[in-house]
Design a protein around this ligand. Structure first.
Ligand SMILES: Cc1cc2nc3c(=O)[nH]c(=O)nc-3n(C[C@H](O)[C@H](O)[C@H](O)COP(=O)(O)OP(=O)(O)OC[C@H]3O[C@@H](n4cnc5c(N)ncnc54)[C@H](O)[C@@H]3O)c2cc1C
Length: 235
């Protein structure tokens, strides 16, 4: 997978839709003419430019499947977040954004082998791309997901994840599956059979990534079989 050609330069993306599936973030659908097709798990950099020339750029994982016409992103609005705040509250259909991508050759899944994914909060985004891709190519049974959040309203794509059979762990409420409130446990992860899958993907905050990686190891996966994407500050 590392032989993928570099992403190239900046392109203009036109905002096709900017909707708010919950009060914590925005789902952006962008039209990018002549874009390079991505692999599930990759991300783009979005750059904002002020009239005085000041720019700020941040990375955002791709939620759409490679075969979808529009690129989809979910951006969680962070308190005092420079870029996420603007994207979540100011962007409207028809706006133009500068984007560069797709980026990443390590945290990618092409759907041709079994995989286990663990996500925390907005860390679900790259797994939505993987899930949609798997469904399109008839490989949905190859991807086992467990996702964690404080509550359903802090879990982007909650309905899509539930419909796909992802294991939901909510720390502050009882999810529709009736699971007692709490974080992901080693038994949850063992149930996804990561050792048999042979590869585990982890995505979320730095602390989630640390804990989830330890769960995969405790469930029998060796560290060199774990691929991690941390949604830490990139500014
Ligand atoms: C490969 C990659 C993919 C990513 N994909 C997504 C995605 O799909 N959706 C998404 O919402 N975000 C994603 N992120 C995070 C994103 O790049 C930004 O870090 C985030 O949107 C905050 O940017 P900001 O300008 O709003 O905040 P800033 O103005 O940079 O920071 C505001 C405050 O929040 C803190 N902070 C910054 N980033 C984070 C963070 N991620 N978590 C917690 N605190 C933070 C800062 O330390 C600061 O205190 C991804 C990051 C990486 C590296």
């Amino acid at each position: 997978v590392t032989d993928r050609a570099p992403a190239g330069g900046w392109r203009q993306a036109e905002v096709h839709a900017a909707d708010h599936p919950d009060r914590h973030g925005v789902r952006l659908r962008l039209a990018v003419p002549d874009r390079v097709e991505h692999w599930s798990g990759q991300h783009y950099v979005i750059r904002l430019r002020a009239p005085d020339g000041y720019t700020a750029q941040r990375s955002y994982s791709i939620a759409s499947a490679p075969a979808e016409d529009l690129l989809e992103f979910y951006v969680e609005r962070l308190t005092d977040g420079e870029v996420s705040g603007y994207l979540a509250s100011q962007v409207r259909p028809g706006d133009l954004l500068e984007v560069r991508g797709p980026i990443g050759g390590w945290f990618v899944w092409r759907g041709d082998s079994p995989a286990v994914g663990l996500a925390g909060g907005s860390g679900v985004v790259p797994f939505i791309s993987m899930l949609r891709h798997a469904q399109r190519i008839g490989s949905a049974d190859r991807l086992a997901l467990a996702v964690s959040a404080t509550g359903l309203d802090r879990l982007p794509y909650a309905e899509e994840l539930q419909a796909a059979g992802a294991l939901l762990a909510l720390s502050r409420e009882v999810p529709p599956n009736g699971r007692a409130p709490g974080r992901l446990r080693v038994e949850d992860v063992q149930g996804l059979q990561p050792a048999a899958a042979g590869i585990g993907f982890v995505c979320g905050s730095a602390s989630f990534a640390e804990t989830a990686s330890q769960l995969l190891v405790a469930a029998g996966l060796s560290t060199d079989r774990i691929r991690v994407e941390r949604f830490g500050p990139t500014g």
